[in-house]
Design a protein around this ligand. Structure first.
Ligand code: NG1
Length: 409
């Protein structure tokens, strides 16, 4: 677990030790929990995340040359040092430094930035757990470089740039994580739509408690999880083209849909699924069915969030998990177990959050049931596995928080 976030004072003290003077700036970027809308963002369909109180913090001092020299206070991560160039060669597969090189490389290409920094970074977002720890690093580094090179930052378009920067690591991800990390509002979740990027902030009801429970099994994007993720993305594209070919051939639409949103605007999901059943082989049909039903759950979920309808929102979370498990095949026995314990403990609903294949579950409870849910998770999951070590980092309540920022110290 990469849970070493120090206070700004703590990070600054490490900075002084390493660089012989104080840092001048702080960039911070939160992790996120996704409430509904999993594996929809890279299909340009809606998502419903909120930013967490856990974040990556980077204290830094601009340099007068193009070097970036970065120390992570977590000993698991090596120091990173490189020169800013339009095409920075990536480190080996899985090297966390690629989350630093990615934004530098892209900003150099787009804006000809030249100025680097000395920095110290820390984060208390569990790593490889579906809470966007990597995006928090990409975002903090991107904001720092933009700030010192006077690149204009508009939250939504900068988020798109950061999403592209993160693809440098080899994961063909979407823009959900960067958009919420940049643009979140305290107390709110946000429905995000893409093409063009748009955020609608919705207050989370005061009575709602989102429990985050880490299974303890990592979903490493540098390993098998990356391959599954990229395969799913390709499968969604393939399924889309077969379905479009059929709806055009059978004259169901005059306009040729160019993406999932235009397909769903032309033909409602209920009419589309029978077409998909006719033309797609089993694995593609399952991916397609997950994507279109999950998008519908986001649309319904935002109304239920506004109406503070805990039970029905929970039912949608359960349905989302079922679809991710049976159609998208990204759950694990541990995720299924934690989901079941949370539900039996009294949660209104629970699901895996993030890409899956490990990582965290998010469960919805209200103030009267949350303690029972937490107790059930401790006694039935964490105690039998002896996962006591830093239990507060494995099991906690999400606090909807503000998006990223950069400022002088
Ligand atoms: P995680 O694995 O939680 O970081 C990934 C993608 C998202 C989204 C989700 C699945 C990145 C940076 N993040 O999130 O864009 O596709 O999976 O909904 O690739």
């Amino acid at each position: 677990m990469r849970l070493t976030q120090s206070s700004i004072e703590g990070l600054s003290a490490v900075f002084v030790e390493r660089f012989g003077g104080p840092p001048t700036h702080l960039a911070r970027a939160p992790g996120r929990v996704n409430l509904l809308g999993e594996h929809t963002d890279y299909n340009d369909l809606a998502v419903l995340p909120m930013a967490l109180q856990r974040e990556a913090r980077l204290v830094f001092r601009p340099r007068n040359d193009g070097m970036v020299v970065l120390h992570d206070v977590d000993p698991e991560f090596d120091d990173v040092e490189f020169e800013i160039l339009p095409g920075i060669p990536p480190g080996k597969d899985g090297d966390w430094g690629n989350y630093v090189r990615g934004p530098a490389s892209l900003l150099a290409r787009r804006f000809a930035i030249w100025r680097g920094f000395d920095g110290v970074i820390g984060s208390d977002i569990p790593v490889a757990a579906g809470l966007s720890s990597s995006t928090a690093v990409v975002t903090a580094v991107g904001l720092a470089l933009a700030h010192i090179n006077e690149v204009p930052v508009e939250a939504r378009s900068f988020a798109e740039l950061l999403a592209e920067a993160e693809r440098y690591t080899g994961t063909q991800g979407g823009a959900m994580d960067h958009t919420i990390s940049m643009g979140a509002r305290a107390g709110c979740a946000a429905k995000i739509t893409f093409k063009p990027p748009r955020m609608r902030h919705v207050q989370v009801p005061a009575d709602w408690c989102f429990v985050i429970a880490d299974t303890g099994r990592r979903a490493e994007k540098s390993g098998a999880a990356k391959n599954v993720y990229n395969t799913r993305r390709a499968e969604c594209e393939e399924a889309f083209s077969f379905v479009v070919e059929e709806v055009v051939r059978s004259d169901r639409t005059r306009m040729i849909p160019t993406d999932y949103p235009s397909l769903l605007r032309a033909i409602p999901a209920g009419d589309l699924l029978p077409v998909a059943e006719d033309v797609l082989r089993s694995n593609l049909l399952r991916r397609f069915r997950h994507v279109v039903t999950e998008a519908a759950r986001v649309d319904e979920g935002i109304d239920l969030l506004r109406a503070a309808d805990t039970l029905r929102f929970g039912t949608l979370m359960d349905a989302s998990h079922g679809s991710l498990r049976s159609d998208y095949l990204v759950s694990t026995p541990e995720l299924d177990e934690v989901v079941a314990i949370a539900r039996e403990g009294g949660a209104a609903g629970a699901r895996l959050t993030g890409a899956g294949l490990g990582g965290c579950v998010v469960a919805l409870a209200d103030r009267s049931t949350v303690d029972l849910v937490l107790e059930a998770l401790v006694s039935e999951y964490y105690e039998p596995r002896r996962l006591y070590d830093r239990l507060d980092d494995r099991l906690f309540l999400a606090v909807a928080s503000d998006g990223a920022s950069v400022r002088e110290l």
